[in-house]
Design a protein around this ligand. Structure first.
Ligand code: PNS
Length: 159
């Protein structure tokens, strides 16, 4: 049984995240999407709202589980008994931050391996940050997120 943890802020979950989950589902017996608190970010959705939206977006996958966690990733990894941590690499610009995070996590927990997967090129320019900016400015953000997330953003922003 191979299990992977895909952590992130997912504020909100985009079709790029969805693409990565779909790919991971084919490689792992269980994919655990872990919604985390990123202390450097001020989220639009609560932890619970984000977890619920991911669960709804991914209900077609039988091997996906969604959790939320607070505190360090390396404290959550052993509790979930995952074989690896999964992160998406969209572009070269992601690499420095991801490398730093992967090596820091492994320095704190030697068994914590991070693997990277590339999303579909059609989605690799999408980021949660851009989605929120477009939505705040009342632009057309809907193509970049699952339908349930688009509805939730409309509700949250009141339009
Ligand atoms: O989607 P993001 O914001 O790029 O995800 C970053 C995240 C949430 C995976 C990272 O900030 C994280 O692991 N947070 C948990 C706290 C932690 O372990 N921080 C140290 C990371 S080296």
């Amino acid at each position: 049984m191979k299990r992977v943890l895909y952590p992130g802020s997912f504020d909100p979950f985009t079709i790029g995240h969805y693409d990565l989950v779909e790919r991971a589902c084919k490689l792992f017996d269980e994919v655990i999407v872990g919604v985390a608190v990123n202390p450097g970010k001020n989220p639009l959705f609560t932890l619970q709202e984000r977890a619920d939206l991911i669960a709804k977006s991914c209900e077609a996958f039988s091997n996906v589980k969604v959790i939320s966690f607070e505190g360090l990733l390396v404290d959550t990894v052993p509790k979930l008994q995952v074989d690896a941590v999964l992160r998406g690499l969209r572009a070269f610009s992601d690499f420095e931050y991801e490398l730093q995070m992967a090596l820091t996590n492994r320095s704190m927990l030697a068994s914590c391996e991070t693997i990277f997967m590339m999303p579909n090129a059609n989605t690799s320019f999408i980021s949660s940050h851009m989605v929120k900016e477009i939505a705040f400015l009342k632009g057309k953000f809907e193509p970049y997120v699952p339908a349930v997330v688009a509805d939730a953003i409309h509700q949250k922003l009141g339009f």
